[in-house]
Design a binder for this molecule. Structure first.
Ligand SMILES: [Zn+2]
Length: 88
């Protein structure tokens, strides 16, 4: 049986080529079957992993920035009030 590789769009001979089959299941039936060459799968998986890692880093920056700004704001306030205190 021959199928198309999801990644490189080239033919996979399921009987001869090392491959990975990925089935999307909706709970009852398999709705979509994806086929990858083994090497394409590895590449695909590595890309996804990298993407995911990048998203986590981006998400962390998004979460950290307001906190960092808040801390800088508090620090500025503290310095400001200290100045006021010294002057008084
Ligand atoms: Zn392929």
């Amino acid at each position: 049986m021959k199928v198309e590789c999801y990644k490189c769009k080239k033919t996979i001979d399921l009987d001869r080529d090392l491959h990975v089959t990925l089935g999307t299941h909706n709970g009852k039936t398999t709705t979509q079957m994806l086929y990858f060459h083994w090497n394409c799968w590895r590449k695909h998986f590595e890309d996804k992993t990298r993407e995911k890692a990048q998203n986590i880093v981006d998400g962390m920056q998004d979460r950290m920035m307001p906190i960092a700004k808040q801390m800088i704001g508090k620090l500025t306030d503290a310095i400001g009030s200290e100045k006021t205190y010294t002057i008084n």
